[in-house]
Design a protein around this ligand. Structure first.
Ligand SMILES: [Zn+2]
Length: 298
């Protein structure tokens, strides 16, 4: 079995919108997604809405309501998430975001994300969301960012000290990291200028990601998109070491919301690791679906 933790669809009612945007990949409906999943042997996908203003409309990705409506067409294959803006419900660190989470949960949402609000991870507004996410037992998938403005995603400093602060402060909340600023911390020699890039070459010193993953039970990783794949393949031996060591804390994901002519590189990477016996079948299955099932109770 394979579950993709990170997928998107574009505006369902206005498919032409995504085609009008030079920043997106064009229209990608649930029908397209299911066809693509069938082609590559993906059993289920989590469909993540975007609703934070930083990247709302950039790619023509569907928001909460459309994701719920569209996922209902394939209830055995698609798992809806909800994207909650920490500035929502009247922009207060005391806002009862639990009301929203409960409502979305009742409608079938299993997780929160993709969280892209460009605020510091230690901002009281984010902390309020983390508190409610923990209370409602809804894990959060994050896009990380190195700075404010010109980007989207939760902001943290080099070494991710803010992430460590919230991991400690909200032990009941499950944090699932994604994007270059998260995955590049696999490298202890990462330069500040490289945080949002795709560095190449060997990893000669382990970065903060190793320490945080080892120390905090509530931290997980989603290796979707170019970022996770690059971090785990730029130094193949270190990538395998990371996957093996944290096989109970990493989820398979692609974030490739278009019809793929070639096998997703994340799938190739995992299949090769299994075929070369670098990962056992048990470790492989944990990453491909078991961790997801355990975290989201599906
Ligand atoms: Zn995404």
């Amino acid at each position: 079995m394979i579950i993709d933790i990170h997928q998107h669809i574009t505006y369902a009612k206005y498919p032409e919108f995504a085609k009008l945007l030079p920043t997106g990949h064009g229209s990608f409906t649930v029908k397209d997604l299911i066809k693509d999943m069938d082609k590559w042997g993906i059993d289920k996908s989590a469909v993540l809405p975007l609703s934070n203003p930083e990247n709302l409309d950039i790619f023509g990705v569907a928001g909460n309501q459309e994701v719920l409506t569209e996922c209902k067409k394939y209830p055995d294959r698609l798992i809806p998430f909800c994207c909650i803006d920490p500035r929502g419900m009247l922009h207060s660190p005391k806002a009862d975001l639990g009301v929203l989470l409960k409502a979305f949960k009742k409608l079938g949402c299993k997780g929160i994300g993709e969280m892209c609000a460009n605020l510091k991870i230690t901002d009281p507004l984010y902390k309020n969301l983390f508190h409610h996410a923990g209370e409602q037992k809804m894990p959060i998938v994050f896009h990380f960012s190195p700075k404010k403005g010109g980007l989207y995603g939760v902001i943290d400093k080099p070494g991710l000290p803010g992430l460590e602060e919230v991991l400690k402060e909200f032990p009941k909340t499950i944090f699932i990291g994604h994007a270059p600023t998260f995955w590049n911390e696999i490298d202890g020699n990462l330069k500040s200028s490289q945080r949002e890039s795709y560095p190449s070459g060997p990893i000669t010193k382990k970065g903060s990601l190793w320490k945080l993953m080892e120390k905090y039970d509530n931290l997980y990783g989603d290796f979707s998109a170019g970022s996770g794949h690059n971090a785990l393949t730029r130094d193949k031996a270190k990538g395998i070491e990371f996957l093996k060591k944290f096989n109970k804390k990493i989820c398979y994901g692609t974030d490739l919301f278009f019809t793929k002519k070639e096998e997703p590189p994340h799938l190739t990477m995992m299949k090769e690791a299994l075929a070369n016996k670098q990962l056992s079948k048990k470790e492989f299955d944990n990453i491909m679906f078991k961790n997801f099932k355990r975290l989201f109770k599906v």
